[in-house]
Design a protein around this ligand. Structure first.
Ligand code: HEC
Ligand code: HEC
Ligand code: HEC
Ligand code: HEC
Ligand code: HEC
Ligand code: HEC
Ligand code: HEC
Ligand code: HEC
Length: 424
């Protein structure tokens, strides 16, 4: 780059400032002999917030964040155990040994005690299939070091993303579930003063720091450094720069546990990793533009329903700045307006990711995934996830006709299919 003598000193100042700010946020290697500490006495719990924020409390109670980890109740109205323990299987522990249950929407895993420690059993219940499955954890980066499930500590490998206010010294959490203070930071001071400056409001910090509040749990990755004991962002608190504590995984053009070769979701819990690749991320939107942390009214806590397109049409309807180029929905989707084939999310958030079974988790790159990439590399595409009885070649021919603006040329090297089943 050519710069004039006048511009150069200015550039130097800018560069120095950039270097300085980066140095201040240098990644912190997680060291087992020097784990970051929290002041557990500063957490008050959701019930305390509820005294002044009743509607936020009620809304949050209706979300799955408040029900991630539950104590085992096998029968009755408060039943939390979904798995059918009457089916004989090596994939579940004895019912009497279950100390806790994790999850309820897609799959459920079970906490048992081994040598005085709470660990995760190596089997799971698939809600979709209504059957027991092995849970090998083979696709997790830490698997090599925890091949024996009896060595899989709930506190160290899971709880940082399922519970609130983790104290690594005492190996305890303040609340079993993902509660107010997971996203707003410790709130004792604010609860006493009611002052805005004593609490983190994600809407009042920069957009990147605000996104970090979701990404510290919703972005697959690992702490910096070589340790393999802790699998969550130890030391991070809402408002912090997540990059200091956490290295999010990125796509590298190959099929990995997290991504298909084209960077789309290969599993659950990669919303952050995929959203950052999207046009809407570039346009500075964030998770909370579509998700309401204090309402479980719609599927997946969306602000409006995505099932009737209301959510997407908030910004993409005729008259809006981001309106679709076509005048009618059918012109855009080539399906009847009432067809599921006209639902924005089915083409733009195709279920490319495996959760308890393949094709359960929605991709958050928001790209239409062309059948040409299936022919080339074997990843799922937006058409054939519905049209299972048709070939990608069938879809591609239609896509070429319907969306001529898309570059959907077949690869010169012919059709190689390398579909790989995700390892759960
Ligand atoms: C004694 C009552 C009281 C308690 C307890 C309380 N708050 Fe508040 N909170 C308030 C009031 C009043 C405001 C509005 C202050 C204002 O607008 O100046 C507020 C504002 C907020 C805001 C918005 C700040 C902003 O930037 O607009 C958040 C977030 C918040 N509270 C979260 C919490 C959480 C989380 C807890 C529990 C840890 C909690 N509050 C406990 C009274 C309380
Ligand atoms: C880095 C954060 C993080 C870690 C570590 C983590 N999880 Fe999760 N987990 C999540 C998030 C976020 C979701 C929900 C998002 C999704 O499923 O796409 C989730 C979902 C789940 C679900 C499905 C919930 C449902 O309702 O179906 C289960 C079960 C689960 N996790 C178990 C575990 C176990 C067991 C461990 C430890 C071995 C673990 N997780 C470690 C963040 C984490
Ligand atoms: C999963 C993260 C998360 C959890 C859990 C959560 N909040 Fe929030 N909260 C947010 C975000 C994000 C905002 C910013 C609002 C926005 O941009 O939509 C917010 C905003 C608020 C506000 C400011 C007013 C508003 O609605 O914008 C209050 C008050 C609040 N939360 C209270 C609570 C209380 C009380 C709880 C627990 C009962 C709670 N929150 C649980 C993420 C969370
Ligand atoms: C402390 C970790 C943590 C934080 C912080 C967090 N989440 Fe979650 N989130 C989870 C886990 C774990 C689940 C799975 C809950 C379950 O299935 O029971 C989940 C589930 C969800 C779901 C799916 C709910 C459903 O009904 O299927 C959405 C949407 C979501 N989170 C959005 C957000 C957003 C937006 C933020 C930031 C404002 C956020 N989360 C912050 C851990 C977290
Ligand atoms: C809060 C407003 C808002 C909501 C809600 C919203 N979008 Fe967007 N969307 C935008 C903006 C802004 C852009 C960026 C447009 C640009 O920069 O050209 C965008 C871009 C996109 C693009 C990329 C367009 C391109 O030029 O490549 C797609 C696809 C998209 N949105 C789909 C969706 C879907 C599907 C939903 C519903 C799940 C949705 N959007 C909800 C505001 C929104
Ligand atoms: C049948 C599949 C399908 C459905 C359903 C669908 N789209 Fe698209 N959409 C496409 C394709 C294909 C493209 C062109 C891809 C590209 O340009 O990258 C596209 C392009 C877009 C774009 C960018 C270009 C433009 O036309 O402005 C936006 C924004 C968008 N869609 C939003 C939506 C919204 C909002 C909905 C629901 C109202 C929706 N789409 C429903 C397939 C679909
Ligand atoms: C443009 C809107 C939009 C944005 C931005 C967005 N999501 Fe979503 N998200 C959705 C929709 C729509 C669904 C599916 C709702 C449904 O099934 O009805 C969804 C589903 C989810 C789920 C449930 C799992 C699944 O596979 O269905 C989680 C968890 C989630 N989102 C987290 C996030 C997080 C974290 C971010 C930010 C990194 C984010 N989302 C950004 C629209 C959005
Ligand atoms: C959410 C599921 C869904 C998605 C995604 C979807 N379709 Fe459809 N499609 C349907 C349904 C359901 C019908 C039946 C007629 C109707 O309801 O419109 C249909 C009808 C059709 C038809 C006419 C009837 C037939 O089977 O010959 C064609 C052609 C078609 N789709 C092609 C596509 C292509 C190409 C794509 C990708 C761009 C696509 N569809 C994406 C659900 C879907």
């Amino acid at each position: 780059m050519k710069t004039s003598p006048v511009v150069r000193p200015l550039l130097l100042i800018v560069l120095c400032a950039a270097v300085a700010s980066r140095a201040a946020e240098a990644p912190a290697e997680l060291k087992l002999d020097a784990l970051p500490k929290i002041d557990a006495t500063q957490f008050v719990g959701a019930e305390a917030c509820a005294k002044c924020h009743a509607s936020h409390f009620d809304g949050w109670k209706s979300t799955l964040h408040s029900k991630m980890v539950q104590r085992p109740i096998a029968d009755g109205p408060g039943k939390t155990i979904l798995g059918d323990f009457s089916i004989p299987s090596t994939n579940h522990p004895a019912l009497k040994d279950v100390k806790g249950v994790i999850g309820s929407r897609w799959k459920q895993r079970y906490l048992v005690e081994e040598n005085g420690e709470e660990v995760v059993f190596n089997g799971q219940w698939s809600v979709q299939e209504k059957k027991w499955q092995p849970y090998t954890a083979k696709s997790d980066w830490w698997w090599d070091h925890h091949k024996d499930w009896k060595q899989r500590s709930n506190f160290k490998l899971c709880a940082g993303c399922h519970s609130t206010g983790l104290d690594t010294q005492a190996e305890k959490w303040q609340e079993l579930n993902i509660s107010c203070e997971s996203c707003h930071g410790a709130g004792r001071k604010h609860s006493a003063t009611s002052r805005l400056e004593d609490i983190v409001n994600p809407a009042r910090i920069t957009r990147d720091r605000s996104m970090d509040v979701c990404l510290y749990c919703h972005q697959a990755g690992r702490p910096h450094g070589a340790q393999t004991e802790y699998a969550w962002a130890v030391g991070y608190q809402p408002g912090d720069d997540l990059a200091k504590y956490w290295k999010g995984f990125e796509p590298d053009g190959k099929v990995t546990p997290e991504f298909w070769q084209n960077g789309t979701a290969h599993k659950n819990r990669v919303q952050g990793n995929t959203f950052v690749q999207s046009v809407m991320n570039d346009a500075h939107l964030q998770c909370s533009n579509c998700h309401d942390s204090h309402s479980g009214r719609h599927t997946a806590m969306t602000i409006k329903s995505a099932r009737d397109n209301a959510l997407c049409l908030t910004c993409h309807a005729p008259g809006q700045k981001q309106h679709l180029k076509e005048k009618t929905l059918t012109e855009h989707t080539h399906h009847a307006a009432t067809s599921t084939g006209s639902r924005c999310i089915e083409c733009h958030m195709a279920k490319t990711g495996e959760n308890s079974v393949a094709a359960e988790s929605r991709n958050h790159t928001f790209d239409f995934i062309s059948p040409s990439t299936t022919i080339k590399k074997g990843n799922p595409n937006s058409c054939n996830l519905c049209h299972k009885d048709q070939t990608p070649e069938w879809s591609l021919a239609l896509v070429k006709k319907w969306y001529p603006q898309l570059n959907v040329a077949l690869p010169a090297d012919g059709s190689i299919r390398t579909a790989q089943a995700a390892d759960r």
